[in-house]
Write a protein that binds this ligand. Sequence first.
Ligand code: 4AD
Ligand code: MG
Length: 441
Amino acid sequence: MQAIISKLSDLVGQAVTLKGWAYNFRSSGKIFFLQLRDGSGFVQVVYSAAEISEEQWESLNTLTIESSVEVTGVVKAEPRAPSGFELTGTGFGMIQRTEEEYPIGKKEHGPEFLFDNRDLALRTKTTWAVLRIRDRVFYSIEQFFHEEGFVRFDTPILQPTSCEDTTQLFTVDYYGDPMYLSQSGQLYSEAGIMTFGKVYDFGPVFRAEKSKTRHHLSELWMMDAEMAFHDQAMNMDVQERMVKRIVKDVLDHCAQELKILERDTTVLQRLVDEPFVHLTHAEAKRILKEEGLVTGEGTQDDTYWQDDMSTEEEIALGNKYKLPVFIENYPAEIKSFYMKRFTDEQGIVRARCADLIAPEEGREIIGGSQREESYEELKKEIIDRNYPLAEYEWYLNTRKFGSVPHSGFGIGLERTVRWISGVHHIRETIAFPRMLNRMKP
Ligand code: 4AD
Ligand code: MG
C-alpha cells in the first residue's frame, strides 16, 4: 500500500510503500539503517540481508546521500524514534542514484555556504521544520480571517506611490516610467473596505532599507488587514485574537517541528491564555529608562522621549514582560502620513497607532493604526509631507465619498515565523531570502 510517513500511525503491522529520499544511512554487516524523508516526515527503515532479495540488497549497498528511492516495509511502533515509528524493510528500489557527492551534510557549514546552496539546504530537517511552521502560520491567518468575515482582497505589487514613507522603495522601469514595488497593500485595502467592510491581503512586499540585521528582509510577506467602523481599540483586539490563534495552531499542529528546532514553548503556551500587555510609547520609554533596561546611545538626550523604539528597547520590553506588548501612541512625526492624530496632555502630537512587540527577541511583528478619516486633515498631511497630491487623489476618494472611522494593521510573516520557531536569523524563515547582500539563488 502506498503511504506517507506522517500517516503511519494508522498502519502499524501493515506492509507499506514509501517514496522519498535517503537523507542518511549506515550499515553494519548484514543490517542496513536507512533514514528516509518523504516530505511529510522522517522515518528509519531497518533492512537485514536475509529479508530482501540479493539483488535489492546489492542495490541498497550502492546507496548515496540524497538518492531518490522507493521502499517497502512493515510499520512498527518505535517509541524511541522521533516519529514514533520504524519500518522493517522488505523491499528496496533506487529511483535515481545521486552520482555526485552531495555537497551538504558531511561537515559543519557556515551560513553563507548554506545560503549559497539554499536550493539543497532546503532539504535539511531544521529548514523543513521552519518552513512547515511558516505554512501553518499562513494557513492559520487565512482561516482566522475567513471565520471573522473578512474577504481576501489582493492589492497590486506595482504601485505608483509610496505607502510607508518611513521606509525605502525599489523602483522599476514600467514601460519607460518609474513604478515602485509595493511596501504594503494598505492604501488599496482602504479602498477595498468601502466595498467589503473587512478585507485582508497577503503577498510579497519590498523594502529597500539598507538594514543588515537578523530581522530585516528586502522581500517579505505581509498580511494587511483593514476594517471599516473599527477604532484602534477594536483593531488591537483583532490583532490579539489573531496572534493567539496563530500560536495555538502552531502548538497544536507543529509539535514535531518545534521539537526538531528544540523550541522551549513555555512562553508561547502562556500567551495563548493571558491578556497582552499595553503600554503607551511614553510609558514604555519611562519604564525603559527608570529601570535601566537600556543603555544605548541617545538615552540621555532630551529627544529620547520622542525617539522611535530601537531594537534594544523592543527586545528589553519583550524580556521584561514575556508576553506580546502593544506600544501605543507613538509621536506622529515618526509614523506614517495616514495615521489618525491627537494631541496629548504634554502637547505632543501622537498617532493613534500601536506596534506589537513579540517576546523572546521577536521584536515588532505588527504595525497598525486607526486611519485619518477626514478628507481635509489627510489632504493637509499629504501636502505637508510634500507628496505628489495628484497621485493620491484616488486614495482621498475614500475620505470624500462616505468616509468612515477605520483601522488596520500589517503582520510580517517572516518576523512572526522567526519568533515562533525560535531561529536566530529571519533568512531561515523564507525559502529563498532576498536581503541587502543576497539575491541568489
Ligand atoms: O510596520 P510596517 O511598516 O507597517 C505597514 O507597512 C502598514 N502599512 C501595515 C498596515 O497597517 N496595513 O510593516 C508591518 C510589518 C512589521 O511589523 C514587520 O513585522 C514587517 O511588516 N516588516 C518586515 N519584516 C521583515 N523585514 C523587513 N524589512 C520588514 N519591514 C516590515
Ligand atoms: Mg512598523
